[in-house]
Design a protein around this ligand. Structure first.
Ligand SMILES: [Zn+2]
Length: 332
């Protein structure tokens, strides 16, 4: 956990929130960007007092995705004369002339759900999962970037992103880890401990390791909250979830080639947990726990909690992974 963070050339922060941290100048001029956008996109280079100084003149590499002027993250398909040919959230193609380029990142965080229709779970206090997931993802991204790792989000605001595009963003950015962040429903049996469930790719040892570290950090951090009436499933933990035919049930696990997990930190449908999740303190504590897990995943060989021996069987119905009925958000 205490290992020095890995340093990577061309360190760039993949989210608007963290761009305000930019503190050093760069002579890099990304293609077709206006000068003010270049300034805003100037990377915060990770500086370690003990590690080697990253080269400042290194080629930052090809831009792989863009944060559009409206904050939407889109994979770049091609850089041409007219601008960037990008893949929209709804899997259409568009040409953009402005945007903040994203290069290879260590981690992609995926705030589950989003948009008018897809709120995800809703707490009895009115807190929607889409908003909670986004808030937690943004702060987690900030905490990860503060430790010297590069990070991007699949969604930066309240709009719908089909699962296929979320997976594509992580794959395009060549992330070493993709973490889809969720909060669960319905209300299950009372429990002395948080009912956190981390779904992993059953064919991937790295996914099991990522899930194990997240489960260990999140359980420890959330257990420190007093006076919460937790609920849990009997088989909560690091879990494989498979269809009867043996394939992965969840799109965010099945679709990405990137090492991925889907983390259900707790139960938003449970009144006591919903109250906790609405607090600033919860978001701070959970973000710190997730950043700890990411740091351990990227800089150690530790594996945390072992996955359950028994996989869960689940057949998804009417998922929101596809692009049917998808309306793209404004891109510029
Ligand atoms: Zn969810």
């Amino acid at each position: 956990m205490a290992s020095s963070p890995k340093l990577r050339k061309g360190t760039a922060l993949g989210l608007g929130l963290a761009l305000t941290l930019a503190s050093c100048a760069s002579d890099e001029r990304p293609f077709l960007l206006p000068p003010d956008a270049v300034q805003a996109a100037t990377p915060t280079t990770a500086v370690s007092t003990t590690g080697p100084t990253p080269p400042t003149t290194a080629d930052p590499g090809e831009p792989l995705a863009l944060i559009t002027p409206t904050g939407v993250v889109v994979p770049i398909l091609e850089v041409g004369e007219g601008g960037y040919l990008v893949q929209t959230p709804c899997q259409e193609q568009a040409t953009l002339t402005f945007g903040t380029p994203l290069r290879e990142v260590d981690v992609v965080l995926d705030p589950g759900h989003g948009g008018e229709i897809e709120t995800g779970a809703v707490g009895p206090n009115g807190l929607t999962e889409k908003d909670l997931n986004l808030r937690l993802s943004k702060l987690t991204a900030l905490r990860i970037s503060e430790r010297g790792f590069t990070v991007a989000l699949t969604r930066t605001n309240d709009y719908r992103v089909p699962l296929i595009t979320r997976a594509q963003i992580a794959d395009t950015l060549k992330a070493e880890a993709l973490i889809s962040i969720h909060h669960n429903a319905p209300v299950l049996a009372d429990s002395d401990t948080p009912g956190s469930e981390i779904f992993y790719q059953t064919a991937s040892l790295q996914s099991a390791r990522l899930g194990g570290l997240i489960q260990e950090e999140v359980l420890e951090a959330l257990s420190a909250f007093d006076d919460v009436d937790w609920v849990s499933a009997a088989d909560a933990g690091v879990l494989g979830v498979l269809k009867p035919d043996g394939t992965e049930s969840y799109g965010m696990i099945r679709r990405p080639e990137t090492t991925a997990v889907l983390a259900e930190l707790g139960y938003l449908a449970n009144p006591s947990e919903a109250e906790l999740f609405a607090s600033d303190e919860y978001v701070e504590v959970a973000a710190e726990a997730l950043a700890n897990a990411v740091e351990r995943f990227l800089s150690t060989n530790e594996s945390g909690v072992a996955p359950n021996d028994q996989n869960r069987t689940f057949t998804p119905t009417g998922g929101t992974g596809g692009v049917a009925g998808c309306t793209d958000p404004a891109l510029e």
